[in-house]
Design a protein around this ligand. Structure first.
Ligand SMILES: C[S@@+](CC[C@H](N)C(=O)[O-])C[C@H]1O[C@@H](n2cnc3c(N)ncnc32)[C@H](O)[C@@H]1O
Length: 262
């Protein structure tokens, strides 16, 4: 399909190995050629990656149980998509859908929907689900802020939020998936007693989330500051690990978990 494939590690290696001219005011002709070559290479790589993304966007739409801003599905997910009355579980900001796929394998008696704005990432999860013959998982491309336009009141049984972007700057706090922007949406779509599971490596985000829950008079059902080090936690919290979880744990960062209901 492509003339050649280049991984991001290779691009990094090639561009980082380039030595800039010693005296930038009077670059030698050779360094000018080197500079041109490296810029050309970068441009070529960006072009290949953009083409690959476009292809993944298109392929995502063709895969089973994938949806693009499905505003006509409100209240119909269990019956129309899964054709059963099993509990409906969402993973918000699912990225490549690793958690959604792993949970759907572990709990065939539940229905799972991974949600993210980036369908080129979810393409990976949807393709894996297809390859594994998983029928109880699907993926939705949408902005999580529109959750109540896509799910009816009390339509959802459980929510997972795994390793969301921490948005460390104060002025971006409203984008954090545990901020007051999102909690009312979760409350509306969750059935009474439905739980939100939240997993992160990011200590400030974890502390912030606990603070927001306090502001909303919510007492968490479980707060675990070290999932991998605490054998009391539910085994699947340790068994299911995404790319990010493995990466952060390898860096010596503790994985934190909290569960709450409204
Ligand atoms: C850091 S990644 C985590 C991916 C995955 N949960 C994991 O653990 O591998 C966060 C994901 O959340 C998505 N995201 C963040 N805010 C979002 C929003 N408001 N609506 C839709 N997707 C969002 C991003 O596109 C990104 O793919």
């Amino acid at each position: 399909m492509y003339m050649f494939q280049i991984s991001s590690t290779e691009i990094h290696r090639m561009t980082c190995n380039f030595q800039p001219p010693k005296n930038p005011k009077f670059p030698s002709p050779t360094s000018n050629i080197q500079l041109l070559n490296s810029q050309l290479l970068l441009y070529l790589c960006a072009l290949i990656m953009a083409k690959r993304k476009l292809q993944q966007f298109a392929e995502f739409k063709e895969l089973d149980k994938t949806f693009d801003f499905p505003y006509d599905m409100k209240g119909k997910w269990k019956q129309d998509v899964f054709q059963n009355d099993n509990p409906l579980v969402l993973e918000l900001g699912c990225g490549k859908g690793e958690y959604t796929v792993a949970l759907s394998k572990q709990y065939p008696e539940k229905n799972f929907l991974g949600i993210d704005i980036k369908s080129n990432r979810m393409w990976r999860g949807a393709l894996t689900a297809k390859e594994l013959g998983i029928t109880n998982a699907g993926f939705i491309r949408m902005i999580i802020n529109n959750l109540t336009a896509i799910f009816d009141e009390a339509e959802v049984d459980e929510i997972w939020i795994t390793f969301p972007d921490p948005f460390p700057k104060d002025r971006h706090a409203k984008h954090r998936l545990t901020s007051s922007t999102f909690l009312p949406l979760y409350k509306q779509v969750l059935k009474p007693g439905g739980v939100v599971n939240f997993k992160t490596d990011d200590t400030p985000l974890f502390e912030y989330s606990l603070e927001v829950l306090k502001e909303h008079n919510i007492t968490p059902q479980e707060v675990n500051w070290d999932v991998h080090g605490n054998s009391d936690s539910h085994p699947h919290l340790r068994e299911i690990r995404t790319y990010y979880e493995n990466k952060f744990a390898a860096q010596g960062r503790t994985i934190k978990y909290l569960r709450f209901t409204f």
